[in-house]
Design a protein around this ligand. Structure first.
Ligand code: OSB
Ligand code: MG
Length: 374
């Protein structure tokens, strides 16, 4: 295939409620949406970089720059058969995985359409197992003004049918929050995400959580660290999960070799795309380490890509892939609804991503736009 045209949209949509983490609040969600045209087909991708370099060093502005000035021009005079060929084509750009992943997602979408497959089926081709039709999901709850409000918010989501809750924590809002949540919901699978807000010296806080029977503790220490996590792990009973620290299959290999974690959160964007995400899945599966698919407050475009990935056999823990209405009042693509009876989202089975992008809505939300004829 030869890519004929690429369109890039910087969009901005309000979140239904502010999302607050240990690195700050988010109320308006900006992201980039990318459309790739080839052979009469259109493939969509989402770049999940945010306005602030809080979770990642990338922002919507850096991703725009890297896509516009390096990655998209690198597609000129290039033809490909499979999306797995893209990472080596883009390897001349060091880093910037969020920008790269958006382009790779569009190539998975377009090649799956060409092959007459859903993206989930295409990703699952190397395995004897068919992709899951429904993916277990939970909801990630940002820091609330008070513990009492957090308990109310948890109750609302549980009433909607979410069977797993993740709470953001930060220093000063951790043990008391976890204890209150456990007391209010004795049997609920609850996990915590610190987004790198702690140091090894804080181990006592996490030891005190041992008795709360938490599902896991996500990324308590440094955002590039694997060593200190390996030091913390023997001192706590709660399974340890890494998010920010895992940028590639190599990082995952180092983490497993050091005994730095029990679980890995795989976000295709954080590792530069679905090819690398699937490799990490394979490595973890081989090692008996469960994985789950993380989220970045995606629009429907990104959500469809998360579901395709989480349909792979090694994704055995619920993903941060909530229903559309948990994030947006209306969205630029087909809304996803929670299957209340089993806390799942249904994996699209149409061609490619299997979603319809609402062009009028996309245009209405667009702050900046550019296109390239290749
Ligand atoms: O650490 O998992 C995280 C959102 C933005 C940046 C980082 C994270 C998150 C979430 C939200 O936890 C997950 C979701 O999309 O629902
Ligand atoms: Mg996280």
């Amino acid at each position: 295939m030869k890519i004929e045209r690429v369109e890039l949209f910087h969009i901005s949509q309000p979140l239904v409620s502010p999302f607050v983490t240990s690195f700050g609040p988010q109320q308006q969600r900006d992201c980039l949406i990318l459309a790739v045209s080839a052979e009469g087909l259109i493939g969509w991708g989402e770049c999940v970089a945010t306005n602030d370099p809080g979770y990642s060093y990338e922002t919507v502005q850096t991703a725009w720059h890297i896509l516009a000035d390096f990655l998209i021009p690198a597609l000129r005079d290039w033809s490909f058969d499979e999306p797995e060929e893209l990472p080596s084509r883009l390897a001349f750009v060091r880093g910037h995985p969020l920008a790269k992943a958006a382009l790779e997602q569009a190539l998975w979408d377009i090649t799956a359409q060409r092959d007459g497959l859903s993206m989930a089926a295409k990703l699952a081709q190397p395995y004897p197992e068919r992709p899951r039709r429904r993916v277990k999901v939970g909801v990630s709850i940002g820091l609330q003004p008070t513990i009492a409000e957090t308990i109310t918010v948890i109750g609302d989501y549980v009433a909607q049918g979410y069977g797993r809750i993740k709470l953001k924590i930060k220093p000063g809002r951790d043990l008391d929050l976890a204890q209150a949540a456990r007391a209010a919901f004795p049997d609920l699978p609850i996990m915590l995400d610190a987004n790198s807000a702690y140091r090894l010296a804080d181990a006592a806080i996490f030891q005190a959580m041992d008795e709360l029977d938490l599902l896991m503790l996500e990324q308590p220490l440094g955002y590039e660290d694997v060593y200190d996590h390996s030091q913390l792990r023997p001192f706590i009973q709660t399974p340890l999960c890494l998010d920010e620290s895992i940028h590639s299959t190599d990082h995952a290999r180092y983490a497993l070799a050091l005994g730095a974690c029990d679980i890995i959160n795989i976000k295709p964007a954080r590792v530069g795309g679905w090819t690398e995400a699937r490799r990490i899945h394979d490595l973890c599966r081989e090692a008996g380490v469960p994985v789950w698919c993380g989220g970045m407050l995606e629009t429907g475009v990104g959500r469809a890509g998360q579901l395709a990935l989480a349909a792979l056999p090694g994704f055995t823990l619920p993903g941060d892939i909530s229903a559309t209405k948990r994030y947006y009042q209306t969205d630029i693509a087909t809304p996803f609804h929670l299957n209340q009876e089993d806390s799942t989202l249904t994996v699209p089975d149409g061609l490619g991503l299997g979603i319809e992008v609402d062009k009028a809505r996309l245009t209405a939300m667009t702050k900046r736009q550019a296109s390239w004829r290749l």
